[in-house]
Design a protein around this ligand. Structure first.
Ligand SMILES: Cc1ncc(COP(=O)(O)O)c(C=O)c1O
Length: 397
């Protein structure tokens, strides 16, 4: 095996993550571990500051409302948006469902997705009655934008692509995707679940129309996510759930609704989730997403070099994937690989990764996937390599 080039962590934040002490956590693409700053913000929100939002007239409620709204502004600013353009949802899945269900179709009945999409960016469109067309991938595993250009018609209402693939780490040329979508009057929705934690995103430079992401993949809490949308598009969408907090006036005959974003946030929201998300946004911004991206790119290249050096290991996806490496060990089911790695203290994901159409394109049922985060370092890759050598020893018997 070739000796991999060891990358010392330039970020040095590992000791800020109490839950990974003594553990090689390589499943951040599924959900990120939480830095102490986020854990503290959540604890303080419940133990010191807690009250409802938007309704209370007492001071604690007013300051909690401020905190909730400051989180909205910060989450939107993180991706280059304005506060009134960001709706809090349960996560990226709910954000995409909201657009699929409520965006007026304007006579267009098709959506253009790609072969590598997460099920969250396929099934909502089917449920909303769209015909789904899938753009093929290049041999390296990128969305083939030349093919997208050829396939797009004036029947397509939306082009909906992953900004970064959760399986292959493929990074989309998002600006070109926006130009292609707009050339036929379609809108671009980006599934930014894997991009927002890994690289700087600016929706206005990209020219995106909608952008969806989840807090829990961005070092924040579960149960809250974001839908960013251009304000005139959000204004064109009727409410999808009714209840408190989204109404202007209610009578038994007729109800009128608030403007976005409140129109889409019926009921008591995930108040403390928003506080935790804000802490997570601050945390990544303090480190800088440029630095996180550079760090994860270096780890990917170190991991790919190391894995390539092990006979019988197949790598998938582009060489310059963003923070995510999928692989298989010849003759070993990825679940077995992941189980033996678990015994060695290394957590990787194994399965179809909620991307069955991509698995079919790869001609596989499953892969093993190692995904990095700001806290990852060379010790994780060394443990992964040792674990894979153990997998090979076990299956050689
Ligand atoms: C690319 C991508 N899209 C969508 C999702 C769904 O995110 P959530 O389950 O947080 O709604 C995921 C989660 O794995 C993902 O990786």
């Amino acid at each position: 095996m070739n000796a991999p080039t060891r990358i010392n962590s330039a970020l040095n934040v590992r000791d800020q993550f109490p839950a990974i002490a003594g553990w090689h956590y390589l499943d951040s693409a599924a959900t990120a571990q939480k830095p102490q700053a986020v854990i503290d913000a959540i604890t303080e929100a419940y133990s010191r500051d807690y009250a409802t939002v938007h309704r209370g007239v007492y001071e604690r409620s007013a300051s909690m409302t401020d905190a909730y709204e400051r989180s909205r502004a910060a989450a939107s600013k993180l991706i280059g948006g304005q506060a009134n353009e960001l709706i809090f949802t349960r996560g990226a899945t709910e954000a995409i469902n909201l657009v699929a269900r409520m965006l007026p179709k304007e006579g267009r009945t098709r959506v253009l997705v790609s072969q590598l999409e997460h099920h969250s960016n396929i099934v909502p469109w089917q449920l909303a009655g769209y015909e789904v067309d899938a753009v093929p991938l290049t041999p390296e595993g990128q969305i083939d934008l030349d093919a997208a250009e050829r396939m797009l018609t004036e029947e397509h209402r939306v082009v909906a692509f992953a900004h970064v693939s959760n399986v292959l780490g493929s990074l989309l040329d998002a600006r070109r995707a926006a130009e292609i979508a707009h050339s036929k009057g379609a809108l671009l929705l980006l599934d930014g679940c894997q991009a927002v934690p890994r690289l700087p995103v600016d929706v206005s430079t990209i020219g995106a129309d909608f952008y969806a992401f989840s807090a829990h993949k961005l070092y924040g809490p579960t149960g809250i996510g974001c839908l960013w949308g251009r304000s005139h598009l959000l204004a064109s969408m009727p409410p999808w759930q009714g209840g408190g907090a989204m109404i202007d006036a209610v009578t038994f005959e007729r109800t009128t609704f608030l403007d976005p974003p409140a129109r889409f946030e019926a009921g008591t929201p995930h108040i403390v989730g928003a506080v935790g998300l804000h802490a997570a946004v601050n945390w990544v911004q303090n480190l800088s997403l440029d630095a996180i991206h550079a760090h994860e790119c270096a780890l990917v290249s170190e991991a790919r070099d190391a894995l390539r050096g092990i006979p019988g290991v197949t790598l998938y996806g582009p060489e310059d994937s963003a923070g995510i490496v999928s692989f298989n060990v010849d003759g070993v089911h990825p679940h077995d690989t992941a189980t033996i790695l678990d015994d060695a203290g290394v957590a990787v994901r194994a399965g179809h990764h909620c991307a069955q159409p991509l698995m079919r394109w790869l001609g596989l049922e499953a892969t093993a996937r190692a995904s990095f985060a700001a806290h990852s370092d060379s010790s994780d890759i060394e443990a992964l390599v040792r674990g894979i050598e153990q997998v090979k020893r076990v299956f050689a018997k």
